[in-house]
Design a protein around this ligand. Structure first.
Ligand code: HEM
Length: 400
């Protein structure tokens, strides 16, 4: 199989792909890792353009990630934010490891993607086995719970919706039959976990590491939290509208430290001409996220977070109405992030809680954190190892 790959780091060209000709470049590639993970393209983010993508994207937009659903789930998000401050036992390691394994292999180079007749027959680079094992591990933990819940609804031993799984099971066609099959529910839940698990923690880990190296910024963020929230209660989602400085630190972390070097691939559905070049149907367009977010043509001091430069903080412009795309953190075009609201709320709360509830210091043996990316991805090369001391009244941590 032949495929043209087009990598884009020019903000002017990026806007042509993701805005001007968005409709042409809105499909996804058929690759082994995505095929296995989505159980044959039953999901949203991994599915090529078509009926299944439309159906699942509609389900996410109206029933899973809508504003009303976001409000409905606020209590559950607060529970999780409280767990963060109280400390909590980790879930089963192999479950979480499997999730990260899938993320590491999704859309990575795999021989069987270029010689598709190998699929299911000869796994030359071992890729297929790794992805199949990881998805089987996820299924081992999740599927029995999902099957049990479906049975409870069929047998009417459950009648009240309490979480997103109940919502997905409860969706109906016009004739009253279930809208989603058990496989669609199982695959979509894995995809939602993949979409959510690493972006917030990566952005916050980098932001806190950078702030510890710049104590004035760390001080300013905690001062803002103390002024807006005080020290008698924990920061809540309702405070976020007044925490622009904390949110600007978060946005800068997304700009400077995207989770992956490239955006999820976009595929062209017809021949097209972009910036004078013929792009054949089926080409894969890979937008370089650091190429945009750290591009010196559109960012002053591209490698320095804005909050360590501009004393007033404030909103960053993401170029939505400009003839270029300055960064890509969430949404641009029809394939843009379906969970932007949830993702930014989770990330801002994670950051605000960690900054408010703990003071952060380097261990005495370390002079400065080495802000280096790992060789194989854009995570910090070494996990952040610092001292976190409670900075609020002790009772607040115990009452959770
Ligand atoms: C901080 C967190 C997040 C960041 C930075 C982020 C970023 C992104 C990006 C860059 C894309 C690809 C856009 C493209 O293809 O051009 C994307 C797609 C997507 N995201 Fe997010 N995301 C986040 C959180 C979430 C959450 C919490 C959910 C849902 C629970 C979610 C659901 C999705 C879905 C379903 C797509 C695929 C949309 C489609 O192909 O139609 N994301 N996200």
């Amino acid at each position: 199989m032949n495929a043209d790959f087009i990598t884009v780091s020019s903000p002017e060209i990026a806007v042509k792909f993701l805005k001007d000709q968005d409709i042409v470049f809105s499909s996804r590639p058929d690759v082994l890792s995505a095929d296995i993970t989505s159980r044959g393209y039953l999901t949203t983010a991994l599915s090529p353009l078509g009926g299944q993508w439309k159906k699942m994207r509609r389900v996410l937009a109206s029933d899973v990630l809508s504003t009303a659903r976001h409000r409905w789930l606020q209590g559950k998000r607060t529970e999780e934010a409280d767990h963060l401050v109280r400390g909590r036992e980790r879930g089963a390691c192999s479950h979480v490891d499997a999730l990260f394994k899938i993320l590491a292999y999704l859309f990575s180079f795999c021989v069987s993607d270029f010689l598709p007749f190998l699929r299911g027959h000869l796994d030359l680079d071992g890729h297929e086995k790794i992805v199949r094992t990881a998805t089987a591990t996820m299924a081992k933990y999740q599927d029995p719970e999902i099957d049990k819940r479906i049975r409870q609804w069929i047998e009417s031993t459950k009648t009240e919706q309490e979480d997103l799984l109940d919502v997905l099971i409860g969706l109906k066609e016009n004739d009253g039959t279930p809208l989603l099959s058990p496989d669609e529910i199982k695959a979509q839940i894995v995809e939602l976990m993949l979409a959510t698990v690493d972006n917030p923690s990566n952005a916050v880990e980098w932001a806190i590491a950078e702030m510890i190296n710049e104590p004035a910024t760390l001080e300013r963020a905690t001062e803002v939290l103390d002024r807006v929230v005080g020290k008698e209660r924990l920061v809540q989602e309702s405070d976020l509208s007044q925490l622009n400085f904390v949110k600007s630190c978060m946005r800068e972390s997304f700009r400077l430290h995207p989770i992956a070097p490239f955006n999820v691939p976009h595929v062209s559905t017809v021949n097209a001409t972009v910036a004078g070049y013929l792009i054949p149907k089926g080409s894969r367009v890979l937008l370089s996220r650091p190429g945009l977010g750290r591009n010196p043509r559109v960012w002053d001091e591209p490698r320095t977070p804005v909050q360590t430069r501009a004393p007033q903080g404030g909103r960053l412009q993401c170029g939505a109405h400009r003839p270029y795309l300055k960064m890509l953190s969430f949404r641009t075009g029809r394939r843009g992030c379906a969970g932007a609201n949830l993702g930014s709320t989770m990330t801002a709360m994670l950051m605000a809680r960690l900054l408010q509830a703990f003071s952060w210091e380097l261990p005495s043996t370390v002079a400065k954190i080495e802000l280096k990316e790992s060789a194989g991805d854009l995570f910090l090369a070494e996990p952040l190892y610092v001292k976190a001391q409670p900075r609020l009244a002790e009772a607040l941590y115990h009452q959770l």
